[in-house]
Ligand binder design. Structure first.
Ligand code: IPE
Ligand code: IPE
Ligand code: MG
Ligand code: MG
Ligand code: MG
Length: 330
């Protein structure tokens, strides 16, 4: 059967991705390092980036396996950035388990992240694909991580910055988050032998839905619960993150409400009741709904880019993938 609906019909593919992913850790001899490196990969996760790469690969006419090593390397890079991101954001839970630094300490988290990062580049080279393609894929990965670091720097800098605009925010999430989705889609098109026009349009598809994905992640930080989400909620407020939600609320909040909100935003010692109050203020001022609208618009624009693909079940699955970015609960 040809896969049709996302994510239900992609369970077998996720299994294959996971096999490749877990096997890619076999080369690590040191028991402690291997445990820290495998901690997130073995704990689950949606595998959205490898899925996107393989789905695009198919949609341009390749067999999905052609994008498997590249997809796995993206997942390994993603996991490396999560390990370091959790240190930066001081989060104790990820994928429903303890974060790497919470379990082994910051030094181990730095090292495990480094090793995952390096391993990703080996994985993409461990294929029989022609060397020209491998070089291009490796270059895409390197550029994505370089931009991602800039995005993470902006994310941290914005915590203490007073005047952040929605343009600043979009620039930041394009780098910290959307780059892995544009890389997934572009790399998938390359692996599958797509045309240059397809490569370009699919890069843009990945970028746009990746922006929507991050805005939705910010929404879930406010609307989900730790059990469902697998990671702490309301921590973006505690950390003073300048999400689109916060940026637009700061344009609208006035008087006492504004004062109350600013008292909680970025207050590392804020109590749960205070965080909930701040969240309610964001909801009441309409900032969360505004962000949801923006995320949906971005995904809609992204889907327009799929016009470079001929009609097929694979294209339909990509449309569903895009919708999933802003409807997922985890
Ligand atoms: C979490 O990404 C990090 C963000 C960019 C918001 P995912 O939501 O894809 O996390 P996993 O891989 O499913 O755990
Ligand atoms: C995601 O930012 C960006 C990266 C992990 C590179 P977040 O900080 O919002 O991700 P979560 O919410 O911790 O997964
Ligand atoms: Mg972060
Ligand atoms: Mg984080
Ligand atoms: Mg988040």
């Amino acid at each position: 059967v040809i896969p049709m609906s996302f994510p239900e019909d992609f369970k077998d593919r996720v299994k294959k991705i996971n096999e490749h992913l877990m096997h890619s850790m076999d080369v690590i001899e040191d028991k402690n390092l291997k445990a820290a490196m495998s901690h997130y990969p073995s704990a689950g996760g949606k595998r959205l980036r490898p899925l996107l790469a393989t789905m695009v690969c198919e949609a341009v006419g390749g067999s999905w396996e052609k994008a498997l090593p590249f997809g796995v390397s993206l997942e390994v890079i993603h996991n490396f950035t999560l390990v370091h991101d959790d240190v930066m954001d001081q989060d104790d839970t990820r994928r429903g388990i303890k974060t790497v630094h919470a379990q082994w300490g910051i030094a181990e988290a730095i090292l495990a992240g480094d090793a995952l990062f390096a391993r990703a580049f080996e994985i993409v080279s461990e294929t029989d694909a022609d060397s020209q393609k491998v070089l291009r894929l490796n270059t895409i990965l390197a550029k994505a991580v370089r931009l991602l670091a800039e995005g993470q720097q902006m994310d941290m800098d914005f915590e203490d910055a007073k005047k952040i605009t929605s343009d600043d925010y979009m620039k930041m999430i394009e780098r910290k988050t959307a780059v892995l989705y544009s890389a997934a889609a572009q790399g998938g098109a390359i692996a599958g032998g797509g045309s240059e026009a397809q490569e370009e349009a699919l890069f843009e598809f990945g970028r746009l839905i990746g922006l929507g994905f991050q805005i939705w992640d910010d929404v879930l930080d406010l609307r989900s619960d730790e059990k469902t989400f697998g990671k702490p909620v309301l921590n973006d407020i505690r950390n003073g993150k300048k999400t689109l939600i916060v940026v637009s609320a700061l344009e609208d909040l006035r008087g006492l409400e504004r004062k109350e909100f600013l008292k909680v935003l970025g207050n590392k010692k804020a109590r749960l009741s205070e965080l909930r109050l701040a969240r309610d203020l964001l909801e009441d001022v309409g900032a969360v709904e505004h962000a949801v609208r923006v995320a949906n618009e971005l995904v809609a624009k992204g889907k327009d880019r799929l016009s470079v693909l001929k009609e097929s079940p694979q294209k339909k699955a990509l449309v569903e993938f895009a919708d999933y970015m802003v409807t997922r609960s985890t």
